[in-house]
Design a protein around this ligand. Sequence first.
Ligand SMILES: Cc1cc2nc3c(=O)[nH]c(=O)nc-3n(C[C@H](O)[C@H](O)[C@H](O)COP(=O)(O)OP(=O)(O)OC[C@H]3O[C@@H](n4cnc5c(N)ncnc54)[C@H](O)[C@@H]3O)c2cc1C
Length: 324
Amino acid sequence: MITIAGAGLAGLACAYELAQRGAPVRVYERAAEIGAGSVSRYAGGMLAPWCERESAEEEVITLGGRAIDWWAKITPVHRRGTLMVAPARDRAELTRFARRTSGYRLVDGAEISALEPALAGRFAQGLFFEQEAHLDPRQAIRDLAAAATALGVEICLGTEAPGNVDLDCRGMAAGRDLKGLRPVRGEMAILHCPEVKISRTLRLLHPRMPLYLVPRDGGLFMIGGTMIESTSPRPITLRSLSELLNAAFTLNPAFAEASVVETGAGLRPAFSDNLPRLHQDGGTLFLNGLYRHGFLLAPALAQQVAERLRPETHDEHHRKRQSA
Ligand SMILES: Cc1cc2nc3c(=O)[nH]c(=O)nc-3n(C[C@H](O)[C@H](O)[C@H](O)COP(=O)(O)OP(=O)(O)OC[C@H]3O[C@@H](n4cnc5c(N)ncnc54)[C@H](O)[C@@H]3O)c2cc1C
């Protein structure tokens, strides 16, 4: 039996990959419900390796490229791309962003309006990352738990993990045991605005804070996400909330009538290079540091973990014995 601490993104993705390879798996989750303790409840759910490359290493593309197909087997994935725009005064930001990324095409005002009529007449230039996608993070983590359970994974909810698990995926809660793991605070809001129709992730560039808006079902939009080096889990600040709401208003003034149905703040677990790491300590393997790329990178990391932890199959064992 392989035991895992934490049924967040990392823990569930690993459980799923291990179970796919025939391993018996038990996951301990301290929260009483799937997703309730995971920082992913605040996530946008963007699967956006080419955009993320702007401020991240090449690994987000090499490891994240497979995430869209992986998630599509588990939960609805919207393959609508990402449309990046900037107000006229911040056009230089768009040029800078384009220089640091790939996988996009330049679009003019007419094409922006054709892609998203709600932006018509508001932006003269943008970048369209056609291969990117998004999902609903809360549904995705529930669907992932269901897929793992269907493969035989046992998930013990409302249960603190014992000290001697095989795999530790406690996210920020593992901070004391992992040298260099730090929190990067992210704040978000959810708007209800059925009058505005948007079908893909929009990113708005401006010099202080690049922001994004991700559409969800039922006229809902997630708008996020700040990046603050802070250990504080306190609610969203007035400054951040006003930046987020202004961004929505800049995209379409009809958002002025939106209801703010939820706000939140979560701590992303990150190492100094903002890349995830596998770390062996005694009998426990740690997977952590998924930073702002949990949905994007968990599938590839979980595959690496499963290759390391899975029990040998009967055939492999037999082959090794014969060649010894
Ligand atoms: C505002 C915001 C926006 C984001 N947007 C995106 C995005 O668009 N795309 C993307 O790819 N990523 C995004 N992320 C990042 C993503 O949410 C994280 O990278 C990911 O959730 C980290 O996964 P994890 O499994 O390491 O930690 P978590 O998902 O937090 O899981 C850790 C789990 O361990 C459990 N746990 C802790 N201690 C114990 C214990 N002692 N015993 C048992 N269980 C325990 C917790 O309850 C929790 O369920 C965003 C994050 C934020 C905050």
